[in-house]
Design a protein around this ligand. Structure first.
Ligand SMILES: Nc1ncnc2c1ncn2[C@@H]1O[C@H](COP(=O)(O)OP(=O)(O)OP(=O)(O)O)[C@@H](O)[C@H]1O
Ligand SMILES: [Mg+2]
Length: 462
């Protein structure tokens, strides 16, 4: 199979040289002469390899190319090209997950060596990725995050790929989707795992206290500062700082945070000593930060620094395949916690959960199953233990009168079979209702026509 490479350099002669080199080596080559061109190309193709000049129109354009490439395809190998003067920034690029850098001028032997090594790593990565998928298929979880849907697998892969780098990560997603778990997993999979993971909820600290909470204060800095106190940033030294609800940070604090990120040092409130700290920042927000920036409420230079890699955690209603594993996980957990002998979830209750939209996402599922488990007097979660807003639609949908298949909490494989069986019955009922019209059936099931066709094939339904 041919490898795809993108060469990004604003110098035409070098572009041509590299183009020739890669063609001779048997690659399919695209070239770009600016950040904008590179971004356009990356939008269209998932490259195996990207070689990018670091300094183009702007000194850090290469970092932006790197970022775009990894965001589009975490498995792309990026090699940064740089003149001697910018080696420091090239090292910075490695922190962001670049494979390596080449100092200009370089010869073909050097280039060939580094390209081969990067492709060897790509193969290792492919092995890792396969192992990750197999492990998730077996346990339905990754670092304590329960899930097995394709979209969560992508999230897990992205965590696996970026955790060991020092790139700052922005986690976006609706409330209750598991953003904090993702942040913790990034830390647990990083080289900083022996050091603290310090979560800070920016929305929960009163504005007047934020600076002293984050940066600490010296004795006498303000009324009540009777003792010198370290801030949360210092607590996170060599570890990971998780800034939850970062969109809530008041503008003056945004400026101070930006300065700390640039200088890698801070001053305690009232202090005059610069304290060096080493940390990685992971942020989360349920707000649309683009809107906040457009409204002038969030600094875009800060956003650029915090959002090197973005991880989007999809809402639960877009990954219903995760519901059985999550439900089993929570019922098991709460049965243990509250000393209830619950062993299974019956088919009707499962169908209700699968049909519900979960505006509160996984947190809502967790809460309602805790209540359900507590209320249950028998050893099975049935529809009677679920709240009415969840169960009200269940008898109307297709598949309502299929047999009541139970789900046992300790049988992962059984869940798969059950999911398959439910899916098939939904498909059959929908086709029955629409007189075999596939377009209408797709509409009824609220899935795309392609998705319907794929699922019909999978189940061998004509
Ligand atoms: N995939 C998952 N597996 C297991 N538990 C999960 C999962 N997703 C979420 N949870 C649980 O659901 C609850 C909400 O998750 P979390 O606090 O991480 O959400 P969040 O995205 O940070 O929400 P918010 O934006 O409201 O802060 C937690 O108790 C968490 O443990
Ligand atoms: Mg949270």
């Amino acid at each position: 199979m041919k490898e795809y490479v993108l060469v990004v350099d604003d110098e035409q002669s070098l572009r041509q040289l590299l183009d020739l080199f890669f063609r001779k080596e048997g690659f399919v080559v695209d070239t770009a002469s600016s950040l904008a061109e590179a971004e356009k190309a990356i939008e269209v193709h998932a490259y195996d390899l990207v070689l990018t000049d670091l300094r183009m129109a702007q000194p850090d354009d290469g970092l932006k190319v790197l970022r775009a490439a990894v965001q589009k395809n975490p498995w792309t190998q990026v090699i940064v090209l740089t003149a001697y003067a910018t080696v420091e920034t090239a090292k910075e690029a490695m922190k962001y997950g670049a494979y390596d850098y080449l100092t200009k001028p370089f010869d073909n032997t050097e280039l060939r060596k580094i390209v081969r090594a990067s492709l060897a790593r790509k193969e290792d990565d492919a092995g890792r990725r396969k192992a990750l998928r197999e492990s998730v298929r077996g346990t339905s979880a990754f670092e304590g995050i329960v899930g097995r849907s394709e979209s969560m697998l992508s999230v897990f892969e992205l965590i696996d790929r970026v955790a060991p780098t020092d790139a700052n990560v922005m986690i976006l997603g609706e409330s209750g989707t598991g953003k904090e778990l993702v942040a913790a997993a990034l830390h647990a999979r990083s080289n900083r795992k022996e050091f603290p993971f310090v979560p800070i909820n920016c929305a929960a600290i009163p504005e007047a206290l934020i600076e002293s909470e984050l940066f600490g204060h010296v004795r006498g800095a303000f009324t009540g500062a009777v003792q010198t106190k370290k801030g949360l940033f210092e607590d996170a030294h060599r570890g990971t700082l998780f800034l939850d609800e970062v969109g809530e940070l008041p503008p003056p604090m945004q400026s101070k945070l930006l300065r700390v990120l640039q200088d890698r040092s801070l001053r305690r409130v009232g202090g005059n000593e610069d304290i060096n700290i080493d940390f990685r920042i992971v942020c989360a927000s349920k707000r649309d930060l683009h809107q906040e920036m457009a409204g002038g409420r969030f600094r875009d230079d800060l956003y650029f620094r915090l959002n090197v890699i973005q991880i989007f955690v999809p809402p639960l209603r877009d990954r219903r395949e995760d519901i059985p594993a999550l439900a089993a996980h929570f019922v098991r957990k709460f049965a243990g916690k509250h000393g209830k002998p619950v062993e299974r979830i019956d088919g009707e209750a499962m169908r209700a959960l699968l049909a519900y939209d979960f505006p509160g996402n996984v947190r809502e599922l967790e809460n309602l199953l805790e209540r359900g488990t507590i209320m249950e007097t028998k050893n099975v979660i049935s529809i009677g233990s679920l709240p009415p807003n969840v169960t009200k639609n269940v008898t109307k949908g297709p598949g309502a009168d299929s047999s009541h298949q139970e789900i046992f909490l300790d049988e992962g494989a059984f869940l798969d079979t059950e999911m398959d069986r439910l899916e098939k019955s939904y498909l059959v009922k929908a086709l029955e209702k629409t007189g075999g019209n596939r377009t209408d059936a797709a509409k009824l099931l609220n899935i795309s026509f392609r998705s319907l066709r794929y699922r019909l094939q999978k189940h061998g339904i004509e």
